[in-house]
Design a protein around this ligand. Structure first.
Ligand SMILES: Nc1nc2c(ncn2[C@@H]2O[C@H](COP(=O)(O)OP(=O)(O)O)[C@@H](O)[C@H]2O)c(=O)[nH]1
Ligand SMILES: [Mg+2]
Length: 355
């Protein structure tokens, strides 16, 4: 091992082109990666997200290091049907933020596809103008590769982006299902992006099936039906579009020419001020962080439980008794839990986080 390290050092000092691959083998300790991340290093941020996404212990070590430095970033979530223009809008907003000198992160999350293809590929093309800009960090995530579920992976990615000095963090979800709602719940401000003729979404809002967002954007305002859609939305919101003193605005944009993007930026700022003034921001974030800890604990408990059933024939027997209708499910659950308690690890032997 010593020899290997010596060779690596030699390669790194004598041959700059080899530095990257040599470092890729020797995993930097969490603290070193944390320092680079906190200093705003884009590559460190990418590495950190990959570690956490794959449930690597080094990722949790890193998160522990940087967690106290999170909380500065404003997180804005964009939801809405595919094709509405979210990515195009995000490209415009990113340009606006860059002009104001802020470092931006964009996270595109696609719960519907197992791999990052299709819609996310299109997103990357729309954001391509920003690829060479160190001040813009772009990442996409699909359901594959996220051990604890996509919304959890997105939650930790957002924390890391925040620690990496990105503000704002712009979060895009593809689609309007429950998975998207879970992801959007991680945002301080939720923007619903629709396009003209979005009748289904308006019905869903009216019926209370779709949660009312903080802002609604009708994009593709060059489309003939844009005015009618804005009117319909305003009518739908007249019933329940006000929350804690915030009236949900309906904005019109044409993302391809960036018309209305500045107004959208202004509306986002206004919402952030409202969140601060009303105390809603503190409450939302508090709830989000508490839930994250509870979810991790619940997942660990479940894994421990499944392991116990695998290891203890007695617990397996209890399940068989239920299948044979000799023991009712509620009594079986009590017996299973008692079995788990009996084999609980001694205090002090903390389980690995997140696995
Ligand atoms: N006519 C028109 N097309 C737009 C507008 N905004 C986006 N598009 C186009 O709509 C398509 C989908 O946009 P995209 O940003 O990928 O939507 P997303 O799926 O919501 O992220 C792309 O071909 C865009 O060029 C707009 O304001 N007007
Ligand atoms: Mg998109």
């Amino acid at each position: 091992m010593l020899v290997v390290n010596a060779v690596r050092r030699w390669l790194a000092s004598s041959c700059p082109l080899m530095t990257d691959s040599a470092n890729a083998d020797a995993e930097p300790p969490a603290r070193q990666l944390a320092e680079r991340l906190l200093a705003g290093d884009r590559r460190a941020l990418a590495r950190a997200i990959t570690l956490v996404e794959s449930g690597d212990q080094a990722g949790w070590d890193l998160l522990r290091e940087v967690y106290p430095h999170t909380g500065a970033a404003t997180v804005v979530g964009f939801t809405g049907p595919p094709g509405a223009g979210k990515s195009t809008l995000l490209a415009g907003l990113t340009r606006l933020e860059r002009a104001a000198g802020r470092a931006v992160a964009v996270l595109s999350v696609d719960p519907s596809s197992p791999v990052s293809r299709g819609a996310l590929l299109g997103d990357r093309i729309r954001l391509a103008d920003h690829f060479l800009d160190e001040g813009v960090f772009i990442r996409s995530m699909a359901s594959r590769g996220a051990l604890g579920g996509l919304s959890e992976a997105a939650f930790y990615a957002v924390l890391l982006m925040d620690a990496g000095g990105r503000d704002p963090v712009l979060l895009e979800t593809v689609g309007v299902g429950q998975a998207e709602v879970d992801v959007a719940a991680q945002a301080d401000t939720v923007v619903l992006v629709l396009m003209p003729g979005a009748g289904d979404s308006i019905q869903a809002l009216k019926a209370g099936i779709m949660e009312i967002p903080d802002l609604i954007v009708v994009n593709k305002s060059d489309h003939a039906q844009a005015d009618a859609t804005v009117r319909e939305l305003k009518a739908a919101l007249a019933l329940g579009g006000e929350r804690a003193g915030w009236r949900v605005p309906v904005l019109r944009t044409r993302a391809t020419t960036e018309e209305g993007v500045e107004q959208l930026g202004a509306a986002l700022t206004a919402h952030r001020r409202h969140l601060d003034a009303s105390g809603t921001l503190v409450a939302r974030r508090r709830e989000r962080l508490r839930r994250a800890a509870l979810e991790l604990a619940a997942r660990q408990l479940r894994r421990r439980f499944e392991a116990a059933i695998g290891e203890q024939p007695g617990l397996e027997h209890v399940l068989e008794q239920v299948a044979a209708r000799r023991l009712d499910p509620a009594s079986a659950a009590t017996a299973l839990l008692a079995g788990l308690d009996a084999r609980a690890p001694a205090a002090g032997s903390a389980p690995r986080a997140g696995v």
